[in-house]
Every structure is written in C-alpha cells, then in structure tokens.
Design a protein around this ligand. Structure first.
Ligand code: ADP
Length: 189
C-alpha cells in the first residue's frame, strides 16, 4: 500500500496505525533520510542539502534507498510506503521494483487536507519537534513542489482504480476510523 498527501496531511501518524493493523512495516522515506542525516552517513549528508531547502532528493538516490529497504525480510509479506513515490519517475521505478519482488499494489490511500490547515499544522510541529524543514519559507516551497510533482500521481493511481481518498480533517482517531472504513472494501492480494 501507499499513503499519499501533502506535507502536514498526517501521513506519518496514520501510516503507523495502518501498518500495525495489517502487521506490515511502514516505510517512510522522510524518516529514513532523517535517520541518515542524524547519523551523518554519506546518504544523509547528500540528502540534507535538498531537504533543508524543501526540495526533493534526486530520484536516483531515493529509488536506491527504497529498493534496498523493500528487500529486507520484514517487507516480504507486504509494506506501506509513506512519502514514496513522489514523482512520476518514482511511480515507474516502484512498478519495476514490485514486479521483481512479486508484490502488487492493493491500494493508494490519499489523505485530503486543505492548504491553510496543513500550514497551520506544520508551523505547530515546528515549535514542538524543531524539524529543520518546518520553517515558513521551506514549508511553502515543499507545498509548491508537492503540487507540481506529486499531486499528478493521484490521477495516475486513480486511473488504475486503486485510489482510496479519505478526508484528513478532524481528530487523529476520527481520520484513522475513516481510513479503516475505506480500506475495508479494498480486496487484499
Ligand atoms: P513531508 O511529507 O512532511 O514533506 P517527509 O518526512 O515525508 O515530509 O520528507 C521530508 C523530506 O525528505 C522531503 O521534503 C524531501 O526532501 C525528502 N524526501 C522524502 N521522500 C522523498 C521522495 N520520495 N523523493 C524525494 N525526496 C524525498
């Protein structure tokens, strides 16, 4: 499965509940990048330049990282991707990867939230977590990049009939309930 949505949609929070429910790992490219940044690995050093500016890390780097991660034994029975794919090129790359591993995309969950609400949430998160990319300028840039590069993916998956859209406004557990209700009707592979 994939969970999609603009920065601040609450993907990470919901991804953890969904993954737990299905007994599969939630794979967050943002988290993996941040772990590499804090450990000062070569991947982290490279990724940090882009992340701090609100830009996407180049596809080549991101694709390689995801390929390695879904090859891990815990992903054999399936996985939930959070933050990947984010570009049309990554969509194609993922198709190739899962063809190879024998997985199939069951659902692409799109968490829908309006723009003002997400800016508000991200600014709040900035105060609590102090993420380097949660300043107002960078938030704005991340949203632009999302609209340009990632929003079009919703249509692509919609055309494949695997898109599940859920309203992301409201309390966390309300949204979680909506997600589970919506996923109930999706057949599992
Ligand atoms: P958010 O969803 O709040 O924007 P994430 O934690 O998912 O943040 O990602 C943080 C940053 O990591 C992104 O702004 C980007 O620089 C980088 N990143 C994460 N996933 C990808 C991806 N699939 N492709 C390119 N860059 C990515």
């Amino acid at each position: 499965m994939i969970i999609m949505g603009p920065p601040g949609a609450g993907k990470g929070t919901q991804a953890r509940y969904i993954a737990e429910h299905f007994g599969i790992p939630a794979i967050s490219t943002g988290d993996i990048f941040r772990a590499n940044v804090s450990q000062g690995t070569p991947l982290g050093v490279e990724a940090k330049r882009y992340m701090d500016a609100g830009e996407y890390v180049p596809d080549e780097i991101t694709n390689r990282m995801v390929r390695n991660r879904i090859d891990e034994p815990d992903a054999k029975q399936g996985f939930l991707l959070d933050g990947y794919p984010r570009t049309l090129a990554q969509v194609e790359e993922l198709d190739g990867m899962i063809k190879f591993t024998g997985h199939q995309l069951d659902a692409v969950l799109s968490v829908v939230v309006d723009k003002d609400e997400v800016v508000k949430r991200l600014l709040q998160r900035a105060q609590i977590e102090g993420r380097a990319d949660d300043t107002e300028d960078v938030i704005r840039r991340r949203q632009e990049v999302y609209l340009e590069q990632t929003q079009p993916l919703i249509q692509v998956y919609g055309e494949r009939d695997i898109l599940v859209e859920v309203d992301g406004l409201g309390e966390v557990d309300e949204v979680t309930k909506r997600i589970f209700d919506a996923l109930d009707v999706v057949p599992e592979s």
